[in-house]
Design a protein around this ligand. Structure first.
Ligand SMILES: [Zn+2]
Ligand SMILES: [Zn+2]
Length: 139
């Protein structure tokens, strides 16, 4: 299935040719800052399946150096994807245009969640990483 995504202002858009996988929400303090929310919501993409459709020139990355960073629209501030060693590694679920069939496999780092956040019931929760990392790393 092809999925598409866009930022808040619509300048940056992308397409993914194959299904995303390993959807997770991370509640750690770093993700709270990076995603300006109670948690990140993120899924991995198959190598080579992701392409920018428009607005790539509006992307900024943070941090600018190092193997792992996040790309965001510098007009509206939406975080669109994670970049690992120069390749798009995964996407933020909030910027997907169609989210049918996406299911969070795990809520991770719930041990360091915000004091004000109530976790939803009935979802797999882990204080840190899940003991079986394949839950969030394998299609
Ligand atoms: Zn934007
Ligand atoms: Zn995190």
């Amino acid at each position: 299935m092809t999925r598409t995504g866009s930022c808040f202002c619509g300048a940056v858009t992308y397409r993914i040719k194959t299904e995303v996988f390993g959807a997770r929400s991370c509640h750690c303090s770093r993700c709270r800052k990076a995603f300006s929310a109670q948690a990140s919501a993120y899924a991995l993409v198959q190598p080579g399946s992701f392409s920018w459709v428009s607005g790539e020139e509006y992307l900024s990355v943070f941090p600018p150096e190092g193997p792992a960073s996040k790309a965001f629209c510098r007009i509206c501030g939406s975080a669109l994807c994670g970049i690992y060693e120069g390749e798009v590694h995964g996407i933020t679920l909030g910027c997907l245009n169609e989210d049918e069939g996406i299911e969070l496999k795990a809520h991770i780092f719930t041990g360091s969640k915000a004091a004000w956040e109530d976790l939803p019931a009935g979802v797999p929760k882990f204080e840190e990483f899940p003991p079986d990392l394949q839950l969030i790393t394998k299609p």
